[in-house]
Design a binder for this molecule. Structure first.
Ligand SMILES: C[S@@+](CC[C@H](N)C(=O)[O-])C[C@H]1O[C@@H](n2cnc3c(N)ncnc32)[C@H](O)[C@@H]1O
Length: 310
């Protein structure tokens, strides 16, 4: 297996397209993803996975309303469908748009825009849950976002065995009937389900490189293993710090990413060059998540509280 991979940076759409066509492992386009997409040939990508701007007025976005989000998506989604291969997948990861503490789930908007498109079908609405984030005071703290998994066509690539997780009771056997005594579960592990509990990249997470909304590499890794064949092309049109690229290269797929913000493009390029020589830093998908002991104290109770409770 070749360890060192080729990473190339481009500021022209033509250069980026030629490189991906020539089999370069990782092609990074610095510029607007709309330009990159419009230059890509039809049916050239196996998996599109991305987290677009939520139009919350972050450092990297000018748009601030749900209407802005919808307008941008009316433009980009048809292009994304066009460049996806038949049998390929589109994973669109979004959270909520929040305005005056009112929540608008952005996947509703994406679903509404794609509902009438016959080329794609929604296969799962995956809940990505995580433990950390802002603490709400006027509503419950938001602890999940969604990943809409669409396929282009009904004959699609899906490698479930590549993403199975350990059974809860691996030795369990059928206790009656013709299969009595045989293992009742799949020996390769169970289907991970549509709720993915994967730590988000906050605070001291090992993957933090300075982008405010990084994908955990593990989230993309599971999608890449399940939805993209070995050697296939993964596209992230809003790649930010390049987390999808790290996952793609680590999993022996090729990557094409766009980012228009100079600082984030630099972060992505640095990370991917390290990944290309086998020096990616990421939290493995298989690493267990720390769960607090339910019998442990929630906090150190102040003495006056203890007196009141006793
Ligand atoms: C939600 S962030 C994605 C973060 C990414 N998933 C990661 O792991 O770092 C969206 C990114 O898209 C970039 N962006 C927004 N509009 C863009 C456009 N039209 N073309 C290229 N990049 C864009 C922003 O600068 C931002 O870094």
């Amino acid at each position: 297996m070749r360890v060192t991979k080729s990473v190339r940076e481009y500021e022209t759409v033509r250069g980026a397209n030629a490189a991906i066509g020539a089999g370069v492992d990782c092609v990074l386009y610095r510029g607007d993803c709309f330009d990159l997409l419009s230059g890509l040939p039809d049916a050239s990508v196996d998996l599109v996975i991305t987290s677009p701007p939520y139009c919350l007025g972050m450092e990297y976005e000018r748009a601030t309303t749900v209407q802005d989000f919808i307008l941008a998506h009316e433009k980009i989604l048809p292009e994304v469908i066009r460049v996806t291969k038949p049998g390929g997948s589109i994973c669109w990861q979004v959270g909520n748009h929040i305005s005056k503490q009112a929540v608008y789930p952005l996947d509703y908007a994406v679903f509404a825009l794609l509902e009438g498109r016959k080329e794609v079908s929604l296969r799962n609405r995956i809940i990505w849950s995580f433990a950390h984030g802002l603490h709400g005071t006027s509503r419950f703290s938001g602890r999940y976002e969604t990943l809409l998994w669409y396929t282009k066509g009904d004959q699609y690539f899906f490698d479930l065995d590549a993403v199975r997780v350990p059974q809860k009771y691996p030795g369990k056997r059928h206790y009656k009937g013709p299969t009595k005594g045989e293992f009742s579960g799949n020996p390769l592990g169970k289907n991970p389900g549509d709720v993915w509990d994967i730590p988000n990249v906050k605070g001291n997470h090992v993957e933090k490189v300075g982008h405010p909304c990084q994908f955990p590499v593990a989230l993309v890794q599971r999608a890449v293993r399940a939805f993209c064949p070995q050697g296939g092309v993964v596209l992230d049109p809003f790649m930010g710090s390049g987390s999808a690229g790290v996952a793609a290269l680590v999993e022996q797929r090729r990557f094409l990413g766009a980012e228009y913000h100079k600082k984030y493009f630099g972060l992505a390029a640095d990370r991917l060059k390290k990944t290309a020589v086998g020096k990616a830093i990421f939290r493995p998908l298989e690493r267990p998540i720390l769960t607090p002991n339910p019998r442990s104290q929630v906090a150190i109770v102040p003495p006056h509280f203890r007196v009141a409770a006793e």
